[in-house]
Design a protein around this ligand. Structure first.
Ligand SMILES: NC(=O)c1ccc[n+]([C@@H]2O[C@H](COP(=O)([O-])OP(=O)(O)OC[C@H]3O[C@@H](n4cnc5c(N)ncnc54)[C@H](OP(=O)(O)O)[C@@H]3O)[C@@H](O)[C@H]2O)c1
Length: 229
């Protein structure tokens, strides 16, 4: 049975990824900030639910120490928005956004993918895969017109982390890929978004099942199509 580790697995896309991985028979290790409150996740009965705050290095290290591996698929999904950090949308633009909030979001949404992967690298082996759930907003072409400095820069950092990890882990046979999950109906995406969590998660998991190691370092959409950087 493949082992899949998912961060931010208590709601939204992460919860649905956990549900679909469990349905297909994976052993799922789920990370979330408040395991005691993760009632929907508990209802899915994954192998383990571990505490993980991806904005906190000590929490990431403790999470990783609890996992023995090998891990077949690591999904760096946890992420948030500047508004969740208390910044109103009208103050998030490049001319206004406080640098401290921007740096906080870069740590949570971007650098955490490097930290979680580094901390778990001993559990990864040839054939293991890392999927980073980024956003099209992190691309230079789409992000240019999305005036939210913290979110856009944080996902641009995740994209850079993806290509650097892919480069460093290529010879070890470990694939790393960045996914734009689509505009998805979650707390973050809102009820008017294009895709259901089921469609997004199904596409990401199906794409990873046929993913070729030679394509490590790619930026893909949930449906497997290539996204421009
Ligand atoms: N929905 C979209 O349209 C969309 C589009 C592009 C990219 N994305 C990306 O997709 C990923 C999942 O988003 P979503 O739509 O499912 O959002 P969501 O419903 O808001 O869920 C976000 C998840 O991330 C967790 N999280 C937030 N900060 C965390 C932290 N510091 N440590 C650990 N977990 C943390 C949340 O846990 P708590 O319950 O503890 O807050 C929650 O489980 C994110 O990386 C997001 O940026 C989403």
């Amino acid at each position: 049975m493949p082992t899949t580790v998912i961060t931010g697995a208590n709601r939204g896309i992460g919860l649905e990824l956990a549900a679909q991985c469990l349905k297909r028979g994976d052993t799922v290790i789920a990370g979330c900030r408040s395991p005691g409150d993760a009632h929907e996740l508990m209802g899915l009965a994954p192998e383990r639910i571990l505490e993980l705050d991806v904005g906190d290095e000590a929490s990431i290290a403790s999470f990783a120490r609890s996992i023995e591996g090998p891990i077949d698929l690591l999904i760096n999904n946890a992420g948030t928005s500047a508004s969740n950090l208390g910044l109103s949308r009208d103050r998030a633009g490049v001319m206004d956004a406080p640098i401290d909030v921007t740096l906080d979001l870069i740590r949570i949404n971007g650098l955490s993918a490097a930290s979680v992967t580094r901390n778990l690298v001993d559990c990864l082996e040839a054939g293991s895969q890392v999927a980073n759930i980024t956003s099209q907003i992190g691309s230079m072409v789409v992000g240019a017109n999305f005036n939210d400095l913290p979110y856009a820069t944080s996902k641009a950092v995740m994209n850079m982390v993806t290509v650097q990890l892919a480069s460093q882990l290529k010879d070890a046979g470990i694939s790393v890929v960045a996914f734009h999950p689509g505009w998805v109906r979650t707390d973050m995406g809102g009820s008017g978004a294009d895709l259901s969590v089921e469609e997004s998660a199904q596409g990401i998991l199906a794409t990873m099942q046929t993913f070729e190691h030679a394509d490590s370092g790619s930026f893909l959409r949930w449906d497997g199509s290539v996204h421009p950087w």
